[in-house]
Structures are given as C-alpha cells and as structure tokens.
Ligand binder design. Structure first.
Ligand code: FAD
Length: 389
C-alpha cells in the first residue's frame, strides 16, 4: 500500500528500532535500518526486560507474541515491600483489569538475547528491510530529506539527537543501578519482587526455573564496588538485602553497574525526524517501565503512519502528531517513577507516615490495587479511557 513512498530510515536496531522496523515493513514501508553494532553484538547484551500488558498487546498485533511465548517467564504475583516500615503488598491476577485477566499473568520477564534473535531473524527475512549493521552503518547522516521519515531509535546517547541539536533535559540520580543474573535455592519462580530500601529499589525478576534478574539500585559508587567483587563476596552482600526466604545459590553473569537519570526531549520531532524510545526519554528502572514506554512510542508512530490520513496525504503531519500523542504518557511515567524513587529512598518520618498509609490502602482496597496495576501495566493514561480488548 505504501510501496511508492520514499523509504524510511531508522537509526538504531535495539529493541525499539527493530520492533518498529518489523511493524512498518509488515504494512509495506521500505525500511533502511542502521546500527554501528553487528547483529551478534546487538543480541548479546546481558539484560532481561519486565514486559507489561501494553507490550503484550503490541507484540500480539505484530504477530510476535506466540513466537516469543517459549521464552517468556510469566509471573502471577508482584510482591511489593517497603523495607523501612516492614510492610508488604501482593498484586495478583485478580487485581488485573478485566481485559487483561485472560492472559493469566501480572507480567512477563523476557531475556534480551531471545527477544533480539527473534527480531533479527524477522528483519533478515523481510524483503522490505535493508539492514546496514556493523561497518556499513558508519555512513554519515547525509540528507534527511532523502527519506520519508528519519526515526532516531539510537538509545539514550542518541547521536542523531545530538547531530540535529534537539533540546534535551536531563537530571542524573545519585543512585546507580547494578544488574546481575542469579540462581536462587528452593524458590517459587512465579513471583517478581520490588523492594523499596532506603538506598534505592531492588527488583528480583524471574527468568524461569530458579534463575532471576537482580536490578539493584544504590549509590553509584557502591554499585561499582559491588560489580568489582568476586562472585562469592557479591552473593554474600546480596543475601543480606533479599526478601525473607530468598537464598542466592550462584552468580550466572558478570554484574554491571550503570548511572541512572531522568531525561526528556521537550519536543520529540524536528522537521521529518522523530525521537523514539530512549533517544527521546529515559526514566529510573523502578517498576520496569522503560522498554514498555519505548514500545508505546513505536506503537503510536506505527498507528499514525498507517492512518487513513497518512495514506492519503503522506507523512508530513506525522512528526507533530507523534509528539502530541506521546507527551502525556511519557511525562506521567517519568513523573510517577521519579516520585516513587523520592518517596521511598529515605527514612524521613513524615514520608514514612505517608508510605504507611499508602501501603495500608493498597493492601485493603482491591480498587486501589487494580488502578495502580493498570497504571503500571498499560500506562497511566489508560486510566482516562477504555482499554482495548
Ligand atoms: C540497568 C537497567 C535495567 C533496565 N531494566 C528494564 C526492565 O526491567 N524493563 C524494561 O522495560 N526496561 C528496562 N530498562 C530499560 C531498557 O533497557 C531500555 O528501555 C531499552 O534498552 C531501550 O531500547 P532502545 O531500543 O530505545 O535503546 P537501546 O537499547 O539503547 O538501543 C539503541 C541502539 O542504537 C544503536 N546506535 C547507537 N548509535 C547509533 C548510531 N549513530 N546510528 C545508529 N544506531 C546507533 C545502539 O548500538 C543500539 O543498538 C533497563 C535499563 C537499565 C539501564
């Protein structure tokens, strides 16, 4: 349907750029996908993503959900703990919005390598996608007007964004984040944990069997020290902060420490260039919102590019509509994650009272749990309208 249009250039073949390329190729757009890394390098990052229901819907629409199913580790309970006041609230399937309940999971954990191998194999098979990976991608971004649209999905340090001088607002957290894959002893692998600790949140995400991804937020220097420890010393330190009943058995990869920031481009478009995924915004990993938010960008852009008006009149209006369509979701998730980190990463007595009250309400009000889980699963903006089936 769109075969006669100028090709679309996507810079960045990470999870956002690759998924968008598949979606656009499916509807007939001709895609040029660039990344300085080779396909093997793109697939080899050691990380796991917590997927929410908004991502399930998008992957289903793209025909990828069933193929990913063997690699997904569903969790049926999300256990939220405030360590400073010693209170726990469990979110379960019964707290899901009715249109999400039939999938019988609060969320899923997906390993980066399994995801990217599937996306790469789809891209390599597509006749609509020209891949420029590794060496070939070092070509300069010459005339952006050779393309119907230039999509920057080149991550948080986006060279495209810098080259085109987009404005960019960023605040570095004093907290950093350490990720590691760990095997535990005798554990129920259908529970994901989010523990709020005064030094920062700790997420423990099931990868299947007894393996878990640990996402440990703490002052950045401490994260770096932890990452440099021998495996046995690292597991000893980890065991002192785990929820009751969890015992680490083995370290499965090399822990890595990252700085954390909240960042945002005040405008997600300029001329015929749009910022998608982490090139346009970044938030704290608390609650595992990052990739889900990036994929909602991709979903919005795909919807705009396949709308009747784009087919009739071309893509001229798409960049402005894209910024307008994404702002509320991006801002509300950024604000909510920032608020959670500020509220829970301390021991101030007035805030301890607020937390006590909030967790009491969550524990005793099924309505509050349903609304909070919907905001986490589908995005805060969906609270204002009906969820698609
Ligand atoms: C410690 C940590 C834990 C996280 N945990 C979770 C989680 O549990 N759940 C979740 O949903 N999210 C999580 N995230 C966030 C998640 O990793 C990101 O949201 C996701 O990687 C963003 O994908 P992206 O494709 O936008 O960017 P990236 O994954 O950064 O991909 C960008 C791509 O662009 C390429 N590139 C760079 N320069 C150029 C160039 N000049 N031209 C072309 N291409 C270029 C890069 O090589 C890369 O392949 C976490 C993040 C961190 C740091």
């Amino acid at each position: 349907m769109t075969g006669s249009l100028a090709p679309i250039r996507i810079n960045g073949a990470g999870p956002t750029g690759s998924l968008l390329a598949i979606g656009l190729a499916n509807v007939g757009y001709s895609i040029h996908l660039f990344d300085p890394l080779s396909a093997d390098q793109i697939c080899s990052r050691s990380r796991a993503y917590a997927l929410t229901h908004s991502s399930r819907r998008f992957l289903t629409r793209l025909g990828l959900w069933n193929e990913l199913a063997p690699f997904l580790s569903p969790f049926k309970t999300l256990s939220l703990e405030d360590r400073a006041i010693n209170r726990t609230v469990d979110f379960t399937e019964s707290d899901l919005h009715s249109s999400n309940r039939s999938s019988r999971a609060v969320g899923w954990i997906l390993d980066h390598t399994s995801l990217m191998k599937l996306l790469m194999s789809r891209l390599e098979r597509s006749t609509h996608v020209k891949l420029y990976l590794g060496e070939a991608s070092s070509q300069p971004l010459h005339s952006i007007h050779d393309f119907g649209l230039v999509i920057a999905a080149d991550g948080p340090r986006s060279p495209t964004r810098s080259q085109l001088k987009f404005s960019w607002w960023s605040h570095a957290y004093s907290q950093g984040c350490l990720t590691a894959k760990v095997r535990f002893r005798n554990i129920d692998s259908e529970t994901a944990f989010e523990c709020f600790r005064p030094e920062g949140p700790l997420a423990i995400l099931p990868l299947g069997n007894s393996d878990f991804q640990v996402v440990w937020s703490a002052p950045l220097d401490r994260c770096r020290q932890l990452a440099a420890l021998q495996a046995s010393a690292f597991l000893d330190d980890l065991s002192t902060i785990l929820p009751r009943g969890l015992e680490p058995d083995a370290l499965l990869d090399s822990p890595a420490a990252f700085p954390l920031e909240i960042s945002l481009a005040p405008k997600l478009h300029q001329d015929n260039v749009v910022l998608v995924g982490e090139s346009g915004h970044r938030c704290h990993p608390v609650g595992g919102q990052g990739l889900n938010l990036c994929w909602r960008d991709a979903e919005t852009l795909l919807r705009l590019m396949t709308s009747a008006s784009s087919i009739r009149r071309g893509l001229k209006a798409v960049p402005t509509r894209y910024t307008r369509g994404r702002y509320l979701d991006v801002l509300s998730v950024g604000f909510a994650t920032d608020l959670l980190v500020r509220l829970f990463s301390n021991r101030q007595s007035a805030l301890l009272l607020v937390r006590r009250f909030g967790l009491f309400m969550l524990k005793h009000s099924p309505w509050m749990r349903r609304v909070s889980l919907q905001a986490m699963s589908d995005g805060p903006c969906t609270l204002l309208h009906h969820l698609p089936k």
